[in-house]
Design a protein around this ligand. Structure first.
Ligand SMILES: [Zn+2]
Length: 155
């Protein structure tokens, strides 16, 4: 199943759940979009998946903001030349960890990421990072992917 179908199924299921819960329009749009995005998470175990491509781009942006933020704090600055070296080293270190994770620790395709245990772990992680509504949206999106793939394993 291609990524568009996964996003669509995740979003439709999310929309249904949050309409039933009586969310307002703004929350519906946000939560539905998040359910759709979460439906891509299980395929992060696949190098050419859309979720991986987007995560790669998001990672570069996040790494840049982290490096820039650690050099400049919250303010806007032009880092001095002497800071450039440490910024490059920090960026390369982050990129290295990211690369090594996906190169050596990435689970096999349709392995652990395609289980309900991973789905619940994803939701619990979201719960502690963002709260219960996004956790529920993530749970619905992730679970929709497993159901659409017909991968109904607990572990
Ligand atoms: Zn899949």
């Amino acid at each position: 199943m291609d990524w568009r179908s996964h996003v669509l199924i995740g979003a439709v299921l999310g929309l249904g759940v949050f309409v039933l819960l009586g969310e307002d329009v703004f929350a519906l749009v946000m939560l539905t979009a998040f359910s759709g995005l979460s439906a891509l998470a299980p395929d992060l175990d696949h190098d050419s998946s859309k979720g991986r491509q987007w995560l790669d781009v998001a990672f570069v942006g996040l790494a840049f903001m982290t490096v820039y933020g650690s050099a400049c704090g919250a303010g806007i600055c032009l880092p001095a030349i002497r800071n450039i070296g440490s910024m490059v080293v920090t960026f390369l270190a982050m990129a290295g960890v990211y690369f090594l994770f996906f190169r050596f620790l990435k689970p096999r395709h349709r392995g652990i990421t395609h289980t309900f245990a991973a789905c619940f772990a994803f939701a619990v992680l979201l719960y502690f990072m963002t709260g219960k509504m996004l956790a529920l949206a993530g749970l619905v999106g992730y679970a929709s992917h497993l159901i659409a793939d017909n991968e109904l394993k607990l572990l």
